[in-house]
Design a protein around this ligand. Sequence first.
Ligand code: SF4
Length: 721
Amino acid sequence: MRPMAALTHCPYCALNCGLALREQDGTVVGFERWKRSPLTRGALCSKGVTAWEQMPHPERLRAPLVRRGGRLVETTWEDALDRAAAGFARIAARRGQLANAVLSGGSLTNEVAYLVGKFARLALRTPHVDLNGRMCMTSAGAAYTQTFGVDRAPAPLAELDRADAAVVIGANLSSTFPVVIPSLLAKLRRRGGRVIVVDPRAGRFVAGGDCWLALRPGTDAAVANGLLREIARLDAIDEAFCAGRTTGLGEALAGAEPWTPEAVEATAGVPAARLREAAAVLAGADRVMYLHARGAEQQVTGVRNVRAWLNVALARGHVGRPGCGIDMLTGQRNGQGGREHGQRCDQLPSGRSIENPDHRRVVAERWGVDEADLPGKGRTYVELLAEARAGTVAGMLLLSTNPMVSAPDLDHTAAALDALDHLVVIDPFLSETAARAHVVLPGTTFGEIEGTITSLEGRVLRCDQAVPPAAGRSEIDVLRNLANRLGAGHHARFTRGRDVFDELRRVSAGGPVDYAGITWERLRDGDGVFWPCPTEDHPGTPMLHTARFGHPDGRARFARVDPSPPPEATSADRPLVLTTGRVLAHYLSGAQTRRIPAQVALSPEPVIEVHPATAAACGLAEGQLAQVTSGRGHVVVAWAANERLREDTVFLPYHWPVANRLTAADQLDPVSRIPNFKVTPVQVRSVAPPAPAGRRPQPALDSRCGSSDLHDHTTTTRGMA
Ligand code: SF4
């Protein structure tokens, strides 16, 4: 049973570590470890232990803002809501409903996510609603749907405790999942298991005995194909599993055939002997867990890359049984639930397709509207920014998303937002994006709204409310008030998260993502319930695919994957490959963590990591800064040497409005429409700092979490001006 404290879950990554918020006189004043919280049992990384500081933070927005005379000034809720709604109504009347759009976030609760999709379609009556998960999880989600027929991780992470080997693909667990998973990998090693790491950069979690496949960015499918070919050569295909439970193995093997270890070495830079070693590990291990993240996914071949890895797991029968599974490591707090409940442009609640007539009919009936009144498929996140820049979208509502840091090609993004006639932003802080808005409505932080989230395992978790919203209204209140003003209040009549959840689960009944049996009361004991859970006496489904996959014939689909080169090739002018990602101290666009002193102390500025040999070749010396130039422009940042990074690759974190000055907005995966954040040709050269130089003190290791992204191989030199 939950004690009387406000039990909730960390607002950052989708491990969703549990914590208890301490409240005094209506303010959050600290936290306690929630030792019985699911999976993580009270463990938190450095971000988690300081997350509570968001709530009483002095920079919180405590009143709405409207733009007058070019400046944002405080106003009343009634005035701000009137202006926000009137702007959308005016644009719809003059230019049509397709001229309005909504962009939202994967950190929102399931209930707000559900209401966002409903609000866009029934209040704004636009098809254009999408979330920032489009830039994060959509390659993995599309690949899982195509392969397994279900967009959810097949197995709980605890299955790592029974695995003989693990494969970590395109993920730095030291930065993004620093608790639980590294510990489970350490246990695996102690019992003699092997860890295979596929990444151009080895994080601190990578141990000496691990098999590190340091691939060239953009060559994931070649490496996976090479492993599949070697597994077949070793006669290690699980023939019974493949014959009984899958289709398409022959096509997948035909696609892999050209990828000999030597061909992989030539393309990916992974030594042939190392690839053979990894294949032998997979061929000899009965139980293997595969964990993948954005390294393989945020590319124009993101969906195909993931499918190539799913081929490997299926070929060995490493799905649907104990100690096995291939799981996507979800970066955003509710990246899983956020993409299940209808705030994607191609999706209705409960993972139903907006283009499937049966799905449309069910949702229309449950919402009490005509099916013909439901808009069709809209445009995706980055495409909508392009539409804004082109002038075809004139009004935008943004919730908990900060494209002025996180979207590709920030000059393009700024031009898009500045071209809008009407930009309304809901956010707890005045983010870089909110600062450009016409109306800013204060949003909640994680302790100020009740609701549910869904972990990267597919476990639905309850989040209790500790204190009232800082500015008096939650996103549920705001959407209800906006809907009222747009004549659609009856579709958003809610005041409490639990009431939205009740409607959400009823609408989900019988759908691909079925929450029907998960009641608010069932979530009270804190362990959560795994979907699908169709009835109130159903126990939930921690492990998927034990007997059949989600496709109508019950079989998983292999795919033939033919690797293709990245959209931009390196050249004499831009010989290095920029790949972007996270550091331990910060979360996504940094709108929260860049305001928390302990996190800023850990990581005060963007620092590009460069191999020492590359640094020497570029003339980077202590006291110098790095000028990084791509096809979009250049930035000047501090640099650090990292010998556990490929010599042809540089790494720059994306938490500041810097990295995405270099990435491209027009390089999207054809299926998932995810941008290419991982393979950008750049030139790096040394420039002198404009101010007196001096060696910056090494940031301290964070002893509270027992893990840090700052490892022995990194030397940080003078910071940016
Ligand atoms: Fe846990 Fe840290 Fe992730 Fe928060 S950011 S959920 S504390 S690992």
